[in-house]
Design a protein around this ligand. Structure first.
Ligand code: NAD
Length: 392
């Protein structure tokens, strides 16, 4: 099969196995070239391990610290006529390289929100690892089935309190235009917190704790985006921001419940960048295209792997990690500092349909977007006939 990108709106509906493998290799090479892996995790559970920040966390754990990794993801397998999802191919490439290096890796593909998946993970930990000393919570999902009631909750991306009118960029039509986003009602806010808040993170930690598979002094972290004034109306102070606030509550609850294990639970704030999750958020493609421009000029541009390498080596496994006023680990300073935000705001105010490509780094954004699905990567022959049936 010759595989070319099929982009529909903010998603690409296919993926390239060789391209995904190249992108995973690039991240592994980066991690191997860096240092700072003094004391770190040995047995790591990564929830949301196949793409974005979760995949980067798995790569840093395995290829930086030499840890055994157990991953959970929700990806589609290939068929004879359809490619797999990118996360499937990323996982296959991760497994191949881990095996070559003699690193333990196992991945369970299914719904991390379910009780069954929690039990399967516990069984695998008991059988293969004994206990885990790090749990990464990196799920990004549009819906969640409540394991107790069976009710399906859907998240929404809407402002809270009042409507919000802003510029946005339509990646499909190459159009900068105004959008007016209606505020969410209480039910939509509640549902978004149900999906993306801290409840499931707590359920995971409870299940692992009760099963006796959490090591003493274990650590866990969930990822958040806090941002600044430009993104607050649609992120930080919006429905998704309410869900992320709930992570702070959950972190505290986890620390209290697992005191006997001296468990450390953190919310880690990361920078905005192109992933399958962020490209679905209105306004984000415009904002990210502008921050790429400014941060590349400042020499501070980072992707998932650089952020996570920094998070592990300079925060999560540092002797005395620096915390913000809410007890979070912060890796977003290069984006959210006042000087950088002022430059982004100046561009934001000026940007129009006419000057968008000149003022922004949309070319960089688009390249990164295609790369998520294994496309637009140097050295990959996109005219070659490839077998989509790759697995692990
Ligand atoms: P992503 O879409 O790249 O990854 C999501 C992962 O979750 C994938 O591995 C997917 O398979 C898995 N997943 C989704 N639903 C699942 C389910 N039901 N069961 C099992 N696995 C499931 O997302 P990302 O951008 O890396 O986001 C990860 C976390 O980082 C999120 O909490 C997000 O809010 C946060 N974050 C993202 C950004 C950003 O700019 N992308 C910035 C800061 C924080």
């Amino acid at each position: 099969m010759v595989i070319k990108p099929k982009v529909r709106g903010f998603i690409c509906t296919n993926a390239h196995p060789m391209g995904c493998a190249a992108s995973v290799s690039e991240q592994i090479q980066y991690v191997k070239q860096q240092g700072g892996y003094d004391s770190g995790p040995k047995n790591v559970l990564v929830l949301g391990c196949s793409t974005g920040y979760g995949l980067a966390s798995r790569i840093v754990s395995a290829f930086g610290y030499g840890a055994s990794t157990l991953g959970v993801c929700f990806e589609k397998a290939p068929t004879e006529r359809k490619t797999a999802t990118a996360g499937w191919y990323n996982t296959a490439a991760f497994h191949q390289q881990a095996q070559e290096q003699g690193l333990y890796a196992r991945t369970l593909n299914g719904d991390a929100f379910s009780t069954e998946m929690k039990q399967q993970v516990i069984d695998v930990i008991k059988q293969d690892l004994g206990q885990v000393d790090l749990v990464i919570y990196s799920l990004a999902a549009p819906r969640r089935t409540d394991p107790e009631t069976g009710e399906v909750y859907k998240s929404t991306l809407k402002p809270v309190g009042q409507a919000y009118k802003t510029k946005t960029y339509d990646t499909d039509k190459d159009l900068v235009h105004e959008v007016e986003l209606e505020p969410a009602n209480d039910e939509e806010i509640f549902n978004t917190v149900k999906v993306m808040g801290g409840e499931d993170w707590e359920l995971w930690m409870d299940a692992l704790g009760e099963a006796g598979v959490l090591a003493d002094d274990c650590k866990t972290t969930a990822y958040t985006y806090i941002g600044k004034e430009l993104t607050w109306p649609i992120y930080g102070h919006a429905t998704i921001g309410k869900a992320k606030e709930d992570l702070d509550r959950a972190a505290q609850a986890i620390r209290t419940k697992h005191k006997d294990k001296r468990a450390e639970a953190y919310v880690s704030s990361l920078k905005a960048l192109v992933t399958q999750a962020s490209s679905a958020i209105p306004v984000m493609p415009l904002y990210i295209s502008l921050i790429y421009k400014v941060m590349k000029q400042e020499g501070t541009h980072e992707g998932c792997i650089e952020q996570i390498h920094g998070l592990f080596t300079s925060r999560l496994f540092a002797e005395q990690p620096e915390l913000d006023e809410a007890g979070r680990l912060r890796m977003d300073g290069k984006e959210t500092n006042d000087a950088t935000q002022a430059k982004i705001k100046a561009l934001w105010d000026q940007v129009t349909q006419e000057n968008f490509h000149e003022l922004s780094d949309y070319a960089g954004y688009h390249h990164e977007f295609l790369k998520l699905f294994g496309f637009d990567i140097d050295g990959v022959d996109y005219d070659a006939d490839v077998d989509p049936q790759v697995g692990w």
